[in-house]
Design a protein around this ligand. Structure first.
Ligand code: 17E
Ligand code: FE2
Length: 411
């Protein structure tokens, strides 16, 4: 298969991308008027990019909003309570059905790499066992990383440590955590030491829900970063949310950033989720409740955007469209300046791939997997402005999804 008339990010001119089997075989400057073969694709001067990445979602909780009760306060903490009620009703098939439906939504929007947090604070680990099957059964659609996520705490939940260890033994790829939800500051700190030991011992990646609160006293990020720095594990460690950073004072943040840079960890922000869940204990002025995305980026650190939820106890909306998250995030984070807009797709492609440690399994380079998207616009700025879409998703050298844009007729 050949993709003709492809525009590539950061490069002038048009290109011809040749796929051979499930690899990218060649990327050549487009010479005038090649005659496309029947199964070739024409990008028509629009961007061709590697697949979108969903670096942070909860596929075990998806499509459960209102079951059995709605989150009325809109807080993270009520979300955790409502989920605990729904979790008691979770079955193997129910989890698989909801996750599969949601994966289809992600695929429809050009996503082929997903990291999902699965709640392992359940003595039966029912959701985890279901998601491990989903990971295998959806390999033709997505590459799925499973995080062992202790929603109700590692130290504060009965057998929390053992459940985390069991989850990794069963085949989870990533060690998670939730230090700001542990009962005490000390438990938060010891949970991070425990999870970093577990990751180091097993070779797993790390992705911690870290300081997902407006409490400026929630300072577990410094603990996670220091553990990553000392162990030399920064490239394998991600801090998700870190919304408390939006409430830290600048003097503390200035010191913190030095450590964060030395640690080499990545950051994931979920802007639609955080603008909804945070700021809930404020009247006015009301905090945005996001981490310092633009500042992290400008400091040369790795940061990307995720959806977090689709119709669950924490967030009632969502449809799989990561471009919607990008647009909202750019607004909320004051990133509509030209310099940010013109490279904005980094936040849902390359940066996310780096956070997920995809390495040479990702990117438009000869010899890498034949996974790519044809977009509806020629550059990042126009993609965001026009609220564009992924028009074609190619995976393992074959068309996985094709979208026909809406047709408008003017009188
Ligand atoms: N659990 C949590 O602790 N935080 C979230 N944002 C979601 C689940 C969605
Ligand atoms: Fe999350």
């Amino acid at each position: 298969m050949i993709i003709h008339n492809a525009r590539l990010r950061g490069r002038d001119g048009l290109y011809r991308i040749t796929l051979s089997g499930d690899q990218i075989a060649a990327i050549d400057a487009q010479t005038a008027s090649a005659t496309p073969a029947a199964d070739d694709l024409d990008a028509a001067g629009n961007l061709v990019v590697p697949p979108f990445v969903e670096p942070h979602i909860h596929l075990d909780a998806t499509l459960t909003a209102g079951e059995p009760a709605w989150n009325m306060s809109g807080t993270l903490f009520e979300g955790i309570e409502r989920w605990a009620e729904r979790k008691a009703l979770v079955t193997h098939e129910d989890t698989k059905t909801r996750a599969r439906k949601t994966i289809d939504m992600l695929v429809d929007h050009g996503i082929q790499h997903v990291r999902t947090h699965v709640d392992v604070t359940d003595p039966t680990l029912a959701a985890l066992k279901a998601m491990l099957e989903v990971r295998e059964e959806t390999r033709h659609l997505i590459d799925l990383q499973i995080v062992a996520f202790p929603q109700e705490g590692i130290e504060s939940y009965a057998n929390g440590r053992a459940l985390m260890e069991q989850a990794i033994e069963l085949g989870a790829d990533v060690v998670g955590g939730i230090p700001h939800f542990e009962n005490t500051r000390d438990q938060g700190v010891s949970s991070i030491k425990f999870l970093m030991d577990l990751a180091e011992r097993t070779g797993c990646l790390v992705d911690v829900h870290c300081d997902e609160t407006d409490d400026p006293q929630s300072r577990f990020l410094e603990v996670l970063a220091e553990e990553a720095r000392v162990r030399g594990m920064g490239a394998r460690v991600t801090a998700s949310h870190t919304t408390a950073m939006g409430s830290y004072d600048n003097a503390y943040c200035s010191k913190l950033f030095r450590l964060l840079k030395m640690s080499g960890i990545s950051f994931i922000s979920c802007p639609t989720e955080s603008i909804h869940l945070q700021g809930r204990f404020d009247t006015y002025p009301k905090r945005r409740g996001l981490t310092r995305v633009a500042e992290i980026d400008r400091a040369g650190m790795n940061v990307c955007f995720g959806q977090d939820s689709i119709v669950d106890p924490w967030y009632p909306l969502g449809n799989g469209n990561i471009l919607r998250i990008l647009e909202a995030g750019l607004h909320i984070c004051h990133m509509l300046g030209y310099e940010d807009l013109k490279r904005s797709l980094d936040l849902i492609t390359d940066n996310s791939a780096r956070a997920l440690n995809l390495g040479e399994r990702y990117g438009l380079e000869v010899g890498r997997p034949a996974n790519l998207l044809i977009l509806s616009a020629p550059d990042d700025y126009e993609m965001v402005r026009s609220q564009g879409h992924a028009l074609v998703s190619v995976r393992h050298g074959k068309v996985l999804m094709r979208r026909t844009p809406a047709q408008i007729e003017r009188a």
